[in-house]
Design a protein around this ligand. Structure first.
Ligand SMILES: [Zn+2]
Length: 313
């Protein structure tokens, strides 16, 4: 019945002159909110992409529910970063039918990739998960590529070019949208540079190594991470090591992430002057859609600045 109704509505839309552009838009699926937001910027006025992973699900831990698998298999275009980060999606994405266009941003968008950091507080091989489930343990490349507006502009341009090829009727609109988005991203870059200038070089610790692209772009100074992999708790030897590093490095703030248990971080900073902030690389509390990327980046900058500039308690 629903199929019939859908067919009937399509018929009427055509009968009425086919003015509904979104009916013609390709079915696009993007994996995480920041990437989805950039794709949505490219598709403004044409259609809306579907966000595959619910907000707040770690970019590394995402496994597909049967309903997500259905969304994925119905997509004409799938935009993801790559298996070095959305590890659990690699299999279902690779298994998609040949007719699905798979856009692997880490490989295809012309982005210069950074390596995961090792040594010092960045890696402890004792902490490498045995389960083999986690991305960071198995990939040298850090794929949190979206946390740099210049990379975001590359994503926008690349996605627009692909969509224009698939949906030729809207090609010029994708190009116009991309150009407008890139201009906003350039303005965002200028704004973030000014906002983050006062905290250049101020040492801090992150929950996991999610921000190297942001750090490089704006001269921020992360000195280590608490865990190698987001789902792995550090052992007691590691905890002592981290507390010692806090003391000698002069770390001002440790940034946790919303999806991880805050008690661990509270116990780490107890008795020190180190403050706790929350840096959320995937925008768990941001509404998905056009403009979401800019909201995410402004929020990150504001949180980083607050924690790294306010006076000790
Ligand atoms: Zn991550």
């Amino acid at each position: 019945m629903q199929k019939f109704l859908g067919a009937a509505l399509t018929f009427f839309a055509i009968a009425l002159g086919g003015t509904d552009d979104s009916a013609a838009a390709p079915k696009v699926v993007a994996t995480i909110l920041p990437i989805h937001g950039l794709v949505a910027d490219v598709m403004v006025g044409i259609g809306q992409p579907t966000l595959l992973l619910p907000p707040g699900v770690s970019e590394h831990m995402a496994a597909l529910k049967p309903s997500d698998a259905k969304v994925l298999s119905g997509a004409e275009v799938v935009v993801w970063i790559g298996e070095g980060i959305e590890t659990l999606l690699a299999k279902p994405i690779k298994a998609l039918a040949k007719k699905t266009a798979i856009v692997t941003l880490s490989r295809d968008a012309g982005i210069t990739l950074l390596n995961n950091r090792t040594g010092g507080l960045w890696e402890d091989h004792d902490e490498v998960p045995k389960s083999g489930k986690h991305a960071h343990a198995h990939h040298d490349t850090n794929l949190h590529i979206w946390l740099d507006p210049e990379n975001a502009a590359k994503v926008v341009r690349h996605v627009a070019a692909i969509l224009a090829r698939i949906d030729t009727a809207n090609a010029s609109r994708y190009a116009d949208n991309a150009e407008a988005a890139v201009q906003r991203l350039n303005a965002l870059d200028t704004e973030l540079r000014a906002a983050l200038a006062p905290i250049k070089g101020v040492p801090f610790v992150v929950f996991h190594d999610a921000f190297p692209y942001l750090e490089l772009r704006y001269g921020l100074n992360a000195i280590g991470s608490i865990v190698v992999s987001p789902e792995q708790k550090p052992g007691s030897k590691r905890v002592l090591e981290i507390r010692k590093k806090f003391e000698v490095s002069g770390a001002v703030c440790v940034f946790t992430e919303p999806q991880y248990n805050p008690n661990l971080v509270r116990s780490l900073v107890a008795g020190t002057n180190v403050r706790i902030g929350v840096l959320d690389p995937i925008g768990s509390e941001i509404s998905a859609g056009p403009g979401a990327y800019e909201i995410l980046m402004r929020k990150l900058a504001a949180t980083a600045r607050t924690c790294l500039t306010s006076a000790p308690p």
